[in-house]
Design a protein around this ligand. Structure first.
Ligand SMILES: NC(=O)C1=CN([C@@H]2O[C@H](COP(=O)(O)OP(=O)(O)OC[C@H]3O[C@@H](n4cnc5c(N)ncnc54)[C@H](OP(=O)(O)O)[C@@H]3O)[C@@H](O)[C@H]2O)C=CC1
Ligand SMILES: Nc1nc(=O)c2c([nH]1)NC[C@@H]1CN(c3ccc(C(=O)N[C@@H](CCC(=O)O)C(=O)O)cc3)C=[N+]21
Ligand SMILES: [Mg+2]
Length: 291
């Protein structure tokens, strides 16, 4: 057996085209374009790359992109004041504050300051609570993108055994919530987990969101498993995932590559969430359909 490669880049491209069509319809009706504000504090090179590609994708979808670049020394109060002004700005439907923030800034305080109705990252506790309790809200882009790829490949996920490796608020926990919502039986593993290979061996679905290059090995996998690799690790100038692709691909049924898997989905879902936010803020009903 050799795994099918899940082409996240192509799927994301299709999603972005559908978002662009629906954005044109929205703008016609609302008399304005959806707006996304992205805030970057400091000069982290990886963050600069992400922010640039978000900006390009936003404009290509027909949306307005408002970039705010602040120096690394920016005081927390200044950042909170900027967030407050974006909350109050009717041209801004979505707000994304790029993480990580410099160490002197309390990330939770900044996330909590974003209006939940503009929180297109889905990081605000109100949106996390909505996801956990089955209410409509914004779902974090990376796990929602992973779910889209899984449903596209597997169809109904009901009853499948899923292992999520990682329990962060931005990937692991919301991923687990989404899989529970799809009626998977979900195990969440983390740094204190005993015998991770044994857990992974039982799983029909494996989502790796750890941040350790190539840690998940092919001989941990159940043959035919669907493997979603969220990891983005730079090793000797090269990008690798959290899954050892070379040993995993011959065992898995389907697997996302890095690059070209989950990463492009994150940006496409961000645009989708911004389009949803624009509809809500303009009081126009949104039919999710193929989005
Ligand atoms: N493709 C994309 O769009 C995105 C990719 N990423 C990437 O995904 C990865 C994870 O990101 P993020 O969730 O923010 O990372 P965090 O560092 O916040 O979380 C990592 C998680 O992995 C767990 N972990 C650490 N070591 C082990 C281990 N040996 N065995 C099992 N679990 C372990 C940690 O456990 P504990 O809680 O016990 O510390 C923690 O829960 C990173 O590579 C990041 O770059 C992130 C966001 C978007
Ligand atoms: N508030 C906030 N929201 C985020 O969504 C957020 C964040 N902060 N901080 C950083 C992480 C990381 N992240 C990625 C987005 C796109 C790619 C991506 O497009 N990756 C390409 C490769 C890009 C490259 O070559 O570096 C790929 O995997 O093919 C990766 C990672 C969003 N994040
Ligand atoms: Mg901090």
């Amino acid at each position: 057996m050799n795994a099918q490669i899940i082409d996240g880049k192509a799927f994301a491209q299709g999603l972005r085209e559908r978002v662009a069509e629906r954005t044109a319809q929205f703008s016609e009706r609302a008399g304005r374009v959806p707006g996304l504000a992205v805030v970057l504090v400091g000069e982290d090179p990886a963050s600069q790359v992400y922010v640039r590609s978000k900006h390009k994708a936003t404009v290509a979808a027909g949306m307005a992109s408002f970039e705010h670049r602040l120096p690394a020394e920016t005081a927390q109060d200044e950042l909170l004041a900027l967030v407050a002004s974006l909350n109050a700005d009717d041209a801004v439907d979505g707000i994304l504050v790029q993480l990580p923030l410099p160490a002197h800034i309390d990330e939770n305080a900044v996330i909590a300051a974003i209006s939940p109705d503009k929180d297109v990252d889905g990081f605000h506790p109100v949106n996390a609570g909505r996801l956990a309790t089955g209410l409509d809200g914004f779902v974090p882009c990376t796990p929602l993108g992973c779910l889209m790829l899984l449903k596209d490949r597997l169809g109904n996920l009901s009853g499948l055994d899923a292992v999520v490796i990682g329990r962060s608020n931005i990937v692991g926990k919301p991923m687990a919530q989404l899989l529970i919502r799809e009626s998977c039986t979900v195990t969440v593993a983390h740094s204190r987990t005993r015998d991770l290979p044994a857990l992974v061996r039982r799983a029909d679905i494996v989502v790796a969101a750890v941040g350790l290059p190539e840690m998940v090995k092919g001989d941990w996998l159940k043959p035919g498993a669907a493997v979603i690799d969220v990891g983005i690790n730079r090793v000797e100038g090269k990008l690798v995932g959290d899954v050892d692709f070379a040993s995993a691909a011959p065992v898995a049924g389907a697997i996302t590559p890095v690059p070209g898997g989950v990463g492009p989905m994150t940006i496409a879902v961000l645009l989708r969430n911004t389009l949803v936010a624009a509809h809500r803020n303009a009081g126009i009903a949104f039919e999710a359909g193929t989005l």
